[in-house]
Design a protein around this ligand. Sequence first.
Ligand code: CUA
Length: 326
Amino acid sequence: ASSCLAGLLAAAFLLQGCAGVQSALDPSGDEAERIGFLTWLLIVFSTVVFVAVLLTATVAIFGRERWRARLAGEKLVVGAGIIFPITALTLLLGYGFYLMSLGSPTARQHGLRIEVVGEQWWWRVTYVDETGRRTESANEIRLPVGRPVEVELTSADVIHSFWVPRLAGKLDMIPGRTNVLTLYPTKPGVSRGQCAEYCGGPHALMSFYVIAMPEDEFAIWLKREAGDAAPTDQDHATGRALFLSTGCAACHAIRGTNARGTIGPDLTHVGARRSLAAATLENDVPAFVRWIRDGQHLKPENRMPPYEIFTDDELRQLATYLDELR
Ligand code: CUA
């Protein structure tokens, strides 16, 4: 009974890999669904072949004389040893090429385009709508469901790789070159993406979330996102003043204020994102405090210098101001 329980537990652990926000086996996008199907097809096929080979080997070693003689027959050797593998592998390869050739429905006609630039160690995200209006954001991508969107990938420094396993295959981000990937979510939900090419230092902490939402909700969201930050009320005036006067604005932009830095992530609506520091931290006031004070410890080598100049009270004011930017 205990071995049975252990088996069940092992199966449960393995099946864990089939779910979750970053699992290629739990697709929620057009291309990922095809990749997922091909993966299962290959797993089932190789399992059948593996079991057949094991059975044959068992018979060859322990079987009766009569069975062993049959296994040594020329027909079986030629059929199962040469013709079968060649035919089966050719068919699978052909099917793989066929799936690849399907590509994704053309996205260009739908107007929306998203530019994503990989930077050490975060993602610059710019939405370009049908009128050509550009809206900059960072470290999170929102997409309309049921509509293919072209994502133009490039890099500002070294080679990164853009991979959202639940939506599509991965594609490298190469400096001086633009690679185009079509993302086509088939259902609403949250997926996680990860930089998939070692790019130095905190490469492992270069992640992001992709949120697929119904088309009408997406349109409303994009309109909001394109707008300026909400005017600051009295409670957050101190935090805002600290932000604008202590150097934050040299690297970060907040639309609707004098902060126009372009070196770091745009923070116009940072409080509305799911995560901070490229999916390194949850997004709440304590996380902002930790990040500003101790970013080099949380994400070693990241480009934001540590700010030890702030008192605890100032940090809280600053964090509360940023958290309110929604
Ligand atoms: Cu960017 Cu690894």
